[in-house]
Write a protein that binds this ligand. Structure first.
Ligand code: MLT
Length: 264
């Protein structure tokens, strides 16, 4: 692990392997460890950069409100600090996907390809915004236990819940160990994020979309619709997986990632 100072903010990052850089952006409210199986396998052929976004994992949070744009700009600074000169492939899961859209908009010169896992392009509707803002207030008042109870069963496919209790429990602990201030700020940041739908037809770089077949948070049909709108996209459904497809079925995900990275 490296601890990198970007303008006074310390970010924790795995920087492993050599070759084409692949930047992995985790989902909410997790950290780089959700990519453990990609880091281990793909770092044999690629330079894997897997940070903890500000406030998450072992990265610091300063007192700024969190937005997808802040995260995208942090990643740009991080790549400079790591002296990454080659264009990167950016791969984001769920909230990491929201950050990836912003990265495309704000730092296109850095980007060679996009990979979106279990995410959406649309912004929140007003009911979802209200739910997020209420959850943000509650997490500051009561702590993250209620969120863990609500979220963890939805993150995984039924077979993962039944057959991989260690993975599920590690994810639950990760959520419980995330600071309520970070969770609340990220919930508000997601509620206020831009709608990326209108950007899709302008994204001409090669794009891969992956979605767990049992993803109930960002379902297959929604991701297929995004893929159909992107001019240069490939799409794959990941079997035996829910919202956390790269963690639940790394064999199939890594094969799809490798094929895409080698072909484009
Ligand atoms: C995530 O996995 O990052 C979240 O489910 C994203 C969201 O709440 O929209």
């Amino acid at each position: 692990m490296k601890n990198i100072n970007i303008g006074g903010l310390h970010l924790n990052v795995v920087d492993q392997g050599a070759g084409q850089p692949l930047l992995l952006i985790h989902g909410f409210p997790l950290d780089h460890t959700m990519w453990q199986f990609q880091i281990e396998d793909l770092s044999r052929d690629f330079r894997i950069i897997a940070p903890d976004l500000r406030g998450f994992g072992a990265s610091e949070l300063n007192d700024a409100p969190l937005s997808m744009a802040h995260f995208a700009d942090d990643l740009d600074h991080l790549l400079s600090a790591l002296e990454v000169d080659l264009p990167v492939t950016v791969c984001g899961l769920s909230m990491g996907g929201y950050v990836a859209w912003e990265f495309w908009r704000r730092h296109p010169q850095r980007l060679s390809r996009l990979i979106l896992c279990d995410t959406r392009a649309a912004a929140d509707d007003s009911d979802t915004q209200t739910t997020r803002r209420t959850a943000a207030e509650r997490v500051l008042r009561d702590g993250p236990e209620f969120l863990a109870k609500m979220m963890v069963p939805k993150l995984f496919a039924q077979e993962t819940l039944e057959q991989s209790p260690v993975l599920v429990e590690a994810t639950r602990q990760l959520l419980l160990n995330t600071s309520p201030v970070t969770i609340a700020a990220a919930l508000n940041g997601m509620a206020e994020r831009e709608d990326a739908t209108a950007w899709l037809s302008e994204i001409h770089i090669p794009t891969l979309l992956l979605c767990g077949v049992s993803d109930s948070i960002t379902p297959v049909a929604e991701m297929q619709q995004i893929a159909a709108t992107l001019p240069n996209s490939q799409y794959a459904t990941i079997p035996q997986a829910g919202h956390m497809a790269p963690l639940e079925n790394p064999q199939v995900c890594n094969r799809e990632l490798r094929n895409f990275l080698k072909a484009c």
